[in-house]
Ligand binder design. Structure first.
Ligand code: GAL
Length: 677
């Protein structure tokens, strides 16, 4: 995929409906966009009221004029459906479009994202609008894609949502008896004898039935995806075949983005890291962003490039502290997303509005609209660099390693009472494993447990507590066929209903790992255990599982406590592959040592042969006969990287050998052609 004729997209959200009475500004925008090297903007995200000032009276003239003028100047439009916020008149005319909160109270008018995805009225209004937009602009040469709604999320507890929830459960379970069994409702005498009595979990009602909690989250995600599909259908029925996306929010916990995989034609993502804080180093934050980008890319059907739909050209207004990006950081962080598979750098937003809550959010143009500013120049530089790198556009990120991050598993684990109510730290653990690979220059996909494992040689499944049917079998086949699997404590304990498996655990995988679990110790803050592996002493904290190594080989053991001498790290040959198991939460250096060894053993090597100082990493995109290596320095100071191979600077064409010097917060893009591999 390359949406724009093999050009990276550069530009972002544009809200001219806030400036309709200022034709001078609208004319100036286009000229300034060209000087900023903008080639794509997103129009109409929050334009509903301008498009339909009163019920049924559509006026698309401003969109028509903007799309045409921009196109005449070589700037393309991603056209949004405006369903992320409703006009005031609609909420008064049809109160049912507003959400009902967990306590059963309907929200008042206002805000965005404050609408019910089930409401037939909201669906009808959205469909009529989307069809009309598609009819009018769906074949416009200036429009390249549809942006459905905005940052889907949240939930509604209205009667209509409850009815839809019960229908969802009827399809899922077939009978109330099956539901009662799946939810273990004999607990506390909560057996249902009527579908009408099934109520969503709330803080004033039921929250202890974990199967209900999990199914409610599934339902909310399903219903939101269904609304998205509804909008897509309206666009198609309006006669437009253009590709469709919606902007995701990375690790947002309210949705399972996998539900959108078969709806969207490509994924896009809004990324707002708060660089330069005192809470984590830029390198640590960059790792988190790398992991998020890898997750977003894998939410796409075919792992084609995705789009960075929003990022800030300077600061946000909603981070606790809005620290300015240090020189170099705008380029580095923009290129990082490209390195992880984005075919765009798009911003929120083009021009700062004068009022309301985003008036101090960073934008390409400040209130004075001058181009003599660092932010404008930074944006220009990114635009120019993307133009010079156009040969990379459309190329892929194709790792041979994958880390499993499964949203249903996250929901179940985080809802679980015990063994650590004070914080199970699933997401941190996934990121920690991803970080260990990233720091070694080993690219990884971040996939959910239903994804095919065929492309991988190394699969890491941290804390894969919930196993849907087929998952254990797929992991088993993967190892049997020659793959290397890393599993950890808290694996394979419950089924898709959050019901504990009977028999030995990790369920379905005891033969693969050659061990079974006895119990798990949860440690207080300040308590720890230790292990020594390959000469490295590592601290173990939070969770220490006790396992019996039936046929597994023990690689390292607990040093302390009554379970001293019992396994911490094991390996088990199975079929043509190997299954490693880690029984405790280990500090980073154990994971680094582990992946440094088993990466190459399993056929997964760093994408560049070099010695990286701390805070420096490399990510690879591949084309048919070229690999592009994005070498990133997340330190504020200059670093030297010792290269063990000869590469070419992708921009200057000059050969690069021996030592690569990177200034603070800089990124160099090198390439390796097929004959050099
Ligand atoms: C995003 C949202 C944009 C804008 C931006 C500000 O979450 O989609 O509309 O509000 O945040 O950072």
């Amino acid at each position: 995929m390359s949406i724009l004729h093999h050009e990276f997209l550069h530009g972002g959200d544009y809200n001219p409906d806030q400036w309709l009475e200022r034709p001078d500004i609208l004319a100036q925008d286009v000229e300034q966009m060209k000087r900023a090297h903008v080639n794509t903007i997103t129009l109409g995200v929050f334009s509903w009221n301008t498009l339909e000032t009163e019920e049924g009276r559509y006026d698309f003239s401003f969109l028509e004029e903007r799309i045409r003028t921009l196109y005449e100047h070589g700037i393309y439009t991603i056209l949004a459906t405006p369903s992320g916020a409703r006009p005031i008149w609609m909420a008064y005319q049809y109160p049912e479009v507003l959400r009902v909160d967990e306590d059963g109270q309907r929200n008042l008018v206002g805000e965005r994202h404050n609408h019910c995805y089930t409401s037939p009225v909201y669906r009808e209004k959205t469909r009529a609008m989307d069809m009309a937009l598609a009819k009018r602009f769906g074949k416009h040469p200036g429009v390249i894609a549809w942006h459905i709604s905005n940052e889907f999320g949240g939930a509604c507890w209205c009667d209509k949502c409850h009815e839809a929830f019960r229908e969802f459960l009827k399809v899922r379970y077939g009978s109330l008896d099956a539901l009662n069994k799946a939810w273990w409702t004999s607990f506390w005498s909560h057996t249902y004898d009527s579908w009408e009595h099934v109520h969503a979990p709330t803080r004033r009602g039921e929250r202890a039935t974990h199967g209900l909690n999990l199914d409610w989250k599934r339902f909310c995600s399903h219903q939101t995806a269904d609304f998205c599909a509804w909008e897509k259908q309206a666009i198609r029925d309006g006669g437009s075949d253009l590709p469709v996306t919606s902007n995701f929010m990375g690790f947002y916990g309210g949705l399972n983005y996998a539900n959108f995989r078969n709806i969207l034609d490509f994924v896009s993502w809004d990324s707002y890291p708060d660089w330069h804080s005192t809470e984590q180093t830029d390198a640590d934050l960059a790792q988190e962003i790398a992991c998020t980008a890898d997750y977003m890319r894998c939410m796409q059907k075919d792992r084609q490039p995705f789009l960075l739909m929003e990022s800030t050209p300077s600061v946000t207004n909603w981070h606790r502290i809005s620290r300015l990006k240090r020189p170099g950081m705008h380029m580095l962080s923009s290129m990082q997303t490209v390195a992880h598979g984005s075919d765009s750098v798009l911003y929120f937003q083009w021009r700062k509005g004068r009022g309301a809550s985003e008036k101090f959010h960073g934008a390409v143009l400040d209130h004075d609209a001058t181009e003599e500013k660092r932010v404008f120049r930074d944006v220009q530089d990114v635009g120019k660099r993307l133009e010079s790198l156009r040969e990379i556009c459309g190329s892929l990120v194709r790792p041979r390693a994958a880390v499993i991050l499964d949203q249903e598993n996250r929901w179940a684990l985080e809802d679980c009472f015990g063994p650590r109510v004070s914080g199970i730290h699933y997401m941190e653990t996934v990121q920690q494993h991803h970080a260990a690979l990233w720091k070694l220059g080993i690219s990884a996909d971040v996939i959910d447990a239903d994804c095919s494992l065929m492309d991988y040689k190394l699969v890491v499944a941290p804390m894969l507590y919930l196993l849907r049917p087929g998952v254990a079998e797929r992991l088993q086949d993967f190892v049997e066929g020659g793959g290397t699997l890393v599993g950890t404590y808290q694996m394979g304990l419950v089924d898709e209903h959050d019901l504990c498996f009977e028999g030995r655990v990790p369920h379905g995988l005891t033969e693969v790992f050659g061990l079974h679990r006895e119990e798990i110790d949860s440690l207080w803050e300040g308590q720890s255990n230790h292990t020594v592996w390959n000469g490295t002493t590592c601290t173990l904290t939070e969770l220490c599982e006790r396992v019996h190594p039936d046929t597994a080989k023990v690689l390292s053991v607990y040093a302390e406590d009554f379970y001293a001498g019992e396994p911490v790290l094991t390996v088990h040959p199975y079929g043509k592959g190997h299954a490693y198991y880690l029984t405790a939460r280990a500090e980073d250096k154990l994971l680094t040592a582990l992946y440094r060894k088993i990466g190459p053993d399993s056929g997964v090597s760093p994408c560049m042969d070099a010695e990286f100082p701390d805070g420096v990493t490399v990510t690879e995109r591949v084309g048919s006969d070229t690999a592009w290596l994005f070498v990133q320095n997340w330190n504020p100071c200059e670093v030297f990287i010792i290269l063990h191979e000869m590469l070419i600077d992708a921009e200057s064409g000059a050969p690069v050998t021996n030592t690569l010097c990177l200034p603070g917060y800089a990124v160099r893009i090198l390439k390796r052609t097929a004959e050099k591999r």
